[in-house]
Design a protein. Sequence first.
Length: 264
Amino acid sequence: MTVYFIGAGPGAPDLITVRGLKLIQRCPVCLFAGSLVPEAIVAEAPKEAIVKDTAPMHLDEIIEDMRIAHEKGEDVARVHSGDPSIYGAVAEQMRRLQVLKIPYEVVPGVPAFAAAAAALGTELTIPGIAQTIILTRTAMKSSSMPERENLDTLGKSGATLAIHLSVRNIPQIERDLTPHYGADCPVVVAYRVGWPDQMFIRGTLANIRQKVREAKITRTALILVGPAIGAQNFEDSRLYDADFSHILRIGSKGEVDKAKEQEV
């Protein structure tokens, strides 16, 4: 018996991994985060399976269902949205299972920031502009943030920021990041990425607050901030430069540069 923590992806049922879908299709117990996981995904569970929405349940109740399944020798598909490694409240479940000596495995899923970039048709790491992506959030009701991870500190990096669970904190985001990125820095608020009603609000640190207010978005949104978003004026990367040689290709200027070869 194994509990499988499955990342269902951002919303579109066909963005779940093949591995995750096959596990849902065979597990006799399916526990899913109903507010964020599409019904079409859990509809793939066997007809005789126990399928339960955990949104109204607390941690002890969820773990108890896993314990009962363990006693029966029944595998559990524990289905979370996005990828289980990011803001999924998965670690606390794993800790409980370790104490109970119940085996578990993790099946990765498509994270919201990646799905948002794909839908926007953009790359979040642009040569000469930003080569780092920081996944973060701001303090809300659920839990506080470590002081060393405040936006003012992270903003000094100039990296592309993917800010989760924070659409109600846009005034703070504007206040903390404007000194580092400038008021005209591009911002995209991605609402319910991958769902039929997905919406993208484009703006800048100076005007995104008003645009989000007008759209009446108060939850289920990811905020992307940084000059890499939609950038057009940048140099091509060296990877496909005709003059650039690496272990798999000899450039037009001749032999492979050993130092550069090691970088590839």
